[in-house]
Design a protein around this ligand. Structure first.
Ligand SMILES: [Zn+2]
Length: 238
């Protein structure tokens, strides 16, 4: 199986679609202000996670970096509603994207670069073709155009890992004061650790890194609906 990172168009490439949206997820955990290293936040987004049963207004109205104690309090509230295989980390967002949209959207959109949005017919085709791991959550976007097709955010669970050999020098150690895990800057030359790739999944994320990874089958299926304003970059697995 070949894998591809989904990326935004290169600078200077003219987009084919006019669609734009603005929005935010319904719930957020702010970043943590670490007494040793200062504020940090990860960018996990799990739109499928429903926190409506958690009675804590600060999740809907985050107030910026919080203390380690406050962070630990909120994680305890949120954890029972998040699937056990997913991390709960500072900076994470949950629930559907809420906002506005305008223009016309292609089958797949990747803008900002860490978010993949699918048009409704793309979601239906991926499901009809039996692709695995497609978690697409309907975005709650207001639009002046009544004919705008529904848009879905593609959840990319950070289940795979980059190969340790390509992370090497890009690594930052973990912190025992605030619980920040070991992290790294995205190495310009990178490849996946093959043994970490979830068996049979056609879409997944990389732990600690933004790019969303899709299978060759995923790319071929979405391309049947015509051009998208995205760029696919093959990523090796060793
Ligand atoms: Zn720390």
């Amino acid at each position: 199986m070949r894998y591809f990172e989904v990326r935004s168009l290169h600078d200077g490439v003219e987009p084919q679609w006019s669609g734009e949206y603005r929005g935010e997820h319904r719930w957020h955990l702010s970043g943590v202000d670490c007494p040793r290293f200062g504020p940090w936040a990860w960018m996990d987004a799990f739109p499928s996670v429903d926190l409506s049963a958690v009675v804590e207004p600060v999740l809907a109205e985050p107030k910026g970096p919080m203390s380690v104690a406050e962070y630990n309090r909120l994680v305890t509230l949120v954890r029972p509603f998040v699937p056990p295989e997913l991390p709960v980390r500072a900076g994470a967002s949950f629930g559907p994207m809420i906002g506005t949209a305008q223009g016309k959207f292609g089958p797949m959109t990747c803008n900002p670069p860490w978010r993949v949005v699918l048009r409704e017919d793309a979601v239906e085709l991926l499901k009809a073709e039996g692709l695995k791991g497609v978690i697409a959550v309907r975005m709650e976007l207001r639009s002046r155009r009544s004919t705008m097709p529904a848009l879905y955010e593609l959840e990319a669970r950070p289940l795979a890992r980059l190969h340790p050999d390509c992370i090497g020098e890009w690594k930052t150690p973990a912190c025992d004061l605030c619980g920040k895990p070991e992290s790294f800057s995205l190495p310009p030359k990178r490849w996946l650790l093959r043994s970490s790739i979830p068996e049979g999944l056609d879409i997944f994320g990389i732990d600690g890194a933004n790019p969303r990874v899709v299978s060759e089958r995923f790319v071929e299926t979405v391309q049947r609906l015509g051009p998208s304003d995205v760029h696919y970059q093959e990523i090796d697995a060793r």
